[in-house]
Design a protein around this ligand. Structure first.
Ligand code: TYM
Length: 332
């Protein structure tokens, strides 16, 4: 079977609805068709300051949410990035074939560095995309299921795969970006032209998987819409309503057109109440299962160790090939 690779950062106390609908739902589904490598990028997490004890807890928490959402550690390889040292080792080689200007053009780096101030931003934040390329290329996957915001990083991974192959001989597979057609970008409920993200100014625009259902329902019911009254899909003039329709469509499987038709003559309040119910019903079992899994951290750690061992077998082979090709003297 062909492989897929994807990762999700252990940032925040919970995954949010953007992570879930933009990536995780797709990652779960792909397990039927592909041999999936899913990991928690803790090396990426420390590109911004982290509280050590919190990072450890959140890494486990993210693993629990993966499993609770349907990632099956028996079928898929689930692991923590820092448990597979080859990620950092390949990243170094990729850093050395990436142009300084090329890395400077990554929009996520520019945004984050601007937010933190250029002097406060770490060099790790700058080399982040090359580490991400390493995460992917080590496993020679067919594709990478991610949300729209990762498209540019995926492009860089493709460029670097191709560049390495051209310079040193056929080594990497050039991976496809598997971005879902509908939910590629879930927007902030209070600011529906910005993507839903942990780092938003107000928490009211954010839906966390592990939030209390009452908070979730309240936030959805207070979502910013527009001054019209007609439910229709138009990202330009009706970003708030369109976002709610996207959320509903992704969870229920109904098309946007079907949904729009079903709200003919109805007010925004109807739409919001329905979306609140649909979301709460979708995330409540994930929350319950996550809490259950966290009661046995030793078992979670064991599953992650099994995953890391499986991942290392493949990663070590690719890295050895890369080291040989770039001209490193073999260690005896
Ligand atoms: P991260 O942790 O920010 O996000 C995890 C996944 O969630 C998607 N996502 C969204 N999708 C739709 N709407 C949103 N508002 C939204 N917010 C986040 C992201 O696109 C992503 O798929 N650099 C990556 C982690 C990473 C990775 C990798 C991914 C490291 N190495 C290798 C794939 C392959 C990141 O920070 O995603």
């Amino acid at each position: 079977r062909q492989r897929l690779v994807s990762g999700m950062q252990p940032s925040g106390d919970s995954l949010h609805l953007g992570n879930y609908l933009g990536a995780l739902v797709n990652m779960v589904k792909q397990q039927d068709e592909y041999d999936c490598f899913y990991f928690i990028p803790d090396l990426h997490a420390i590109t911004v300051p982290q509280e050590p004890e919190e990072l450890r807890e959140r890494t486990r928490l993210t693993a629990a949410q993966f499993i609770a959402a349907g990632i099956d550690p028996e079928r898929s390889t689930l692991y923590v990035q820092s448990h597979v040292p080859e990620h950092a080792q390949l990243a170094w080689v990729l850093n050395c074939i990436t142009g300084f200007g090329e890395a400077s053009r990554m929009t996520q780096f520019k945004d984050k560095a601007a937010r933190q101030g250029h002097d406060a931003a770490s060099a790790g934040l700058f080399t982040y995309p090359m580490l991400m390329a390493a995460d992917i290329l080590l496993y020679k996957p067919y594709g990478v299921p991610v949300g729209e915001d990762q498209r540019q990083h995926l492009e860089l991974a493709r460029t670097l795969a191709h560049r390495f192959n051209t310079r040193f001989g056929e080594t990497f597979v050039v991976p496809e970006a598997l971005i879902p057609p509908v939910a590629a970008k879930i927007y902030d409920l209070q600011n529906p032209t910005a993507k839903m993200s942990k780092s938003a100014e107000s928490p009211n625009g954010l839906i966390n998987i592990l939030d209390d259902p009452k908070v979730t329902a309240k936030r959805i019911k207070s979502a910013v819409t527009d001054t019209e009254t007609v439910v229709r899909f138009d990202r330009e003039t009706k970003p708030g309503v369109s976002n709610l329709l996207t959320i509903s469509s992704t969870i229920t499987g109904q098309s946007i057109d079907e949904l729009v038709a079903s709200y003919e003559g109805k007010m925004y309040g109807h739409l919001k109440a329905d979306v609140a119910k649909v979301v709460v019903d979708a995330v409540a079992p994930i929350k319950a299962r996550t809490e259950e899994l966290l009661r046995d951290p030793a078992e979670l750690d064991r599953l992650l160790a099994v995953g890391a061992a499986k991942a290392r077998e493949i990663a070590a082979e690719t890295l050895a090939d890369v080291y040989r090709k770039v001209g490193f003297l073999p260690a005896m």
